[in-house]
Design a protein around this ligand. Sequence first.
Ligand code: AMP
Length: 421
Amino acid sequence: MTEDLAPKKELAAVKGTKDILPGEVEKWQALERLARETFELYHFRELRAPVFEPTELFEKGTGATSDVVTKEMYTFIDKGGRSLTLRPEYTPSVVRAIMEHRLDLEGAPMRYYYMGPMFRYDKPQKGRYRQFHQVDIEVFGEKDAAVDAEIIEMAHALLRKLGVTGTETLVNSVGCRACRPAYGAALREAAGKRLAELCPDCQRKAETNPLRIFDCKVEGCREVAASFPSIQDFLCEECRDHFARLLATLDVLEIPYRIDPRLVRGLDYYTKTTFEIVSSHLGAQNALLGGGRYDDMMKDFGGPDVCGTGFAMGIERVLSVAEIPLADPKVLYVAYLGDEAKKAGLTLARFFRANGVECLIEFKDRGMKAHFGRANKLRASWVLIVGEDEMAKGRFGLKAMATGRQVDGAREELLALLRES
Ligand code: AMP
């Protein structure tokens, strides 16, 4: 593109966002289709919530000390003076929807999935965007650790269908309100001793919420955090039991895992189980999906005491390592000569489309040679030839582009041939 024709900068997509163009979008569609199919096999149902919510929902849900809320939210005041936020994650929206519609009273299994854009004002880099897309699943009302293992197994079932290899499953428990305060105190003490080595942000976290130091991406902080006590040594009996049941169920489901006692994940609401599936094919941003249990969120929102567990998978990240087999679409190109044949071509295209054949008819007048050149360029599978003779006889030519074989026939006969090939 010459300088003059290049779009002016103000017309370019916003930093950290991108267009998903034909050629690439087919992979997205395949992923979305496979995700739906997989989740529905586990009796999940789609729940679609709005893209923006009251800011308060994320402050309360995602957590006021998380990086997502303190640094990364797209928050704005609307014309009515309300503070709204483009959702940075999906879980609080689902919890709100359940409460608002009292889905907990319906008696149906509360298993939901969703796919769509999320927004975080993070530093854009490979694998990290400001508008990115997640596949999200949540289960409510199941306390048993078996369900945590079941959703990890479901994640693997989907990743397998997407041709993702080289994954590792990391699991941990972050305890509960009974045991975490003692761990928090131990962390605060450990961080206090090495305060000078921590970044200013982590020095602040050492006071406000020392668990969040594990989220820091600064190398020095990561090294210091590696020496901190392990939460596994602080779990209460209930959390220890829950974790043991998680591991036992993963064994039953034959999912290999590694316990990572530093896996606290960046959101404040987790209780007991946390997990991530990471890819060995990726660098720094290697988490394909992450999730865990959040038993207190609905109660904290002032709703019923219904526990929850779930995960969010990053679509961009998964697609960067997926090997999805895609079949080229078979297209019938309609080649016509003259105005009358153009009308007949349109009617024929309507007939074939109604019978499930993808057809392309373009409306620039072309000679037959130009039509074939165009069909070749577009890699059409067949060309339908509509000229005056053909219209008079009600029989049309059909040429298979791969073999060069051409036959004549009435439209029903041609349809039968197309269906056979
Ligand atoms: P989280 O909601 O932070 O637990 O993230 C869940 C998954 O979403 C991660 O494992 C990533 O695959 C993906 N993800 C999170 N943040 C971003 C981002 N800024 N850009 C692209 N993918 C992201």
